[in-house]
Ligand binder design. Structure first.
Ligand SMILES: [Zn+2]
Length: 435
């Protein structure tokens, strides 16, 4: 998402609440993909007669040119490139790519050459009397469990991402924001509009970290937020062969009939801004909806299952989509730049389906999505709709679920003060958080 990074420069100037990460516990080294030893650049102690060298591909340099520096004989280099091509086009190795080779001091022969193919994979080429044989290995990763907690001053994004001192990479925090906003709390919280200064959060998650410190993956185990004095919590659980889902501590699903926002949180401009609320776009007429400022072309998603009632020109609304939902609900998406492929009246859509793209058609002063939610013909605040839609924890898994949730809560409590009002009414006043 290169576009996203345009937003980062101004962020550095914005102060935000402190978020801190602490390692709750460290788990074992894991490397499920490869039973073989991890392979890149082991120090040459196994065979004292061998020495390992490393080099990097210079800008504008071909791999052949690099290999020429290794003293590898020309025909052996040709054979090596042939074997390499079985795994990757050598021209796709970019400048900076690390190449390591191991040379026998006895014979002067290069026995082995390793290429870092990408952040997660290494190609090892071993030399034998018949030539080279290659194999791909996954880099060794570590799994640890982390708690991040903090207080919101302007946005979840700023609170989680702007504090770089907290021991997790920016990319990792971006993923955390995405998971919280677009997945875990997508039905409960519109992070672009609901947050207030002083709101608190803490999140327990696992992360898979590469040797270079970058994060391959994160997995949220538990999250607690207090937003405008309301408690929200989510705990991951997989019941048997079901897909993993998130539940409150009673085991109720967090899924609802409607997503809180029709855009991904990080695509909403106000997600980044210091302003606490969505930006106000000047409108002359009475306003029955929510305006989300976002770049032209930002994907717009159906907030719930339904049938497209209208997809076409809506006058001052520009390109307009209306979706009819069950029980007299209707959602309206206006000023679209265009419609997603195949979208037309009469068509059934599912929650989360792509329906169109943000634009500024009709009467609009800038690119934004005008979104309305109607019940029985009257506009309503989508935040007021409570409509459960997911299955609770199956009874046969209740005990296992409750035990797991207790473990998560203990880990959260070990690393951070409680943030749920229900857990911490007495100590909330003592919060030292400031801005
Ligand atoms: Zn509007």
């Amino acid at each position: 998402m290169p576009k996203f990074y345009h937003f980062l420069a101004p962020l550095a100037l914005i102060s935000a609440a402190g978020a801190l990460a602490s390692v709750a516990n460290s788990a074992e080294l894991t490397n499920r993909a490869s039973e073989v030893e991890p392979e890149l650049l082991p120090v040459a102690v196994a065979r004292p007669v061998d020495v390992t060298f490393t080099d990097t591909l210079h800008a504008g340099e071909t791999l052949s040119e690099l290999l020429a520096r290794t003293d590898l004989e020309a025909d052996a280099a040709t054979a090596l490139l042939r074997e390499l091509r079985e795994f990757q086009d050598p021209r796709r190795l970019q400048s900076g790519a690390v190449v390591a080779w191991r040379k026998s001091l006895d014979s002067g022969l290069i026995r082995r050459v390793d290429f870092r193919l990408d952040a997660d994979h290494t190609l090892n080429l071993l030399r034998d009397p018949d030539g080279w044989s290659g194999s791909v290995h996954e880099v060794e990763v570590t799994l640890d469990t982390v708690v991040v907690s903090g207080v919101v001053s302007s946005s979840l994004y700023n609170a989680l991402v702007s504090d770089r001192s907290a021991g997790s990479t920016l990319e990792e925090r971006n993923r955390l924001v995405d998971q919280l906003a677009d997945r875990i709390f997508a039905w409960q919280i519109d992070f672009s509009r609901d947050l207030r200064s002083g709101d608190q959060f803490r999140v327990l998650y696992e992360r898979v970290v590469r040797p270079d410190g970058t994060t391959r993956d994160i997995h949220v185990l538990g999250a607690q937020m207090n937003i405008n004095r309301r408690d929200f919590e989510a705990y991951a659980f997989t019941a048997g062969s079901e897909k993993e889902d998130y539940f409150n501590r009673e085991g109720d699903s967090l899924r609802r009939a409607f997503l809180r926002a029709p855009l991904q949180y990080r695509r909403i401009s106000s997600a980044f801004s210091r302003s606490r609320f969505h930006p106000i776009l000047q409108t002359a007429r009475p306003h029955n909806g929510i305006d989300y400022a976002a770049a032209t072309g930002t994907p717009v998603y159906a907030v719930g299952d339904g049938v497209i009632q209208r997809a076409g020109n809506g006058g001052s609304f520009g390109n307009l989509i209306e979706i009819g939902h069950s029980r007299g609900m209707m959602t309206r998406y206006a000023h679209l730049n265009g419609f997603a492929k195949g979208i037309r009246a009469g068509m059934a859509v599912k929650q989360g389906d792509l329906i169109g793209y943000v634009g500024m058609t009709g009467q609009a002063t800038g690119p934004h999505l005008h979104f309305e939610f109607h019940r029985a013909g009257r506009p309503v605040d989508p935040g007021t709709i409570e409509d459960t839609n997911g299955d609770p924890i199956p009874r046969s898994y209740t005990a296992q679920f409750l035990e797991r949730v207790q473990e998560y809560i203990v880990s959260l409590n070990d690393a951070s003060r409680p943030v749920l009002a229900a857990d911490a009414r007495a100590t909330a006043v003592m919060s030292g958080a400031s801005d």
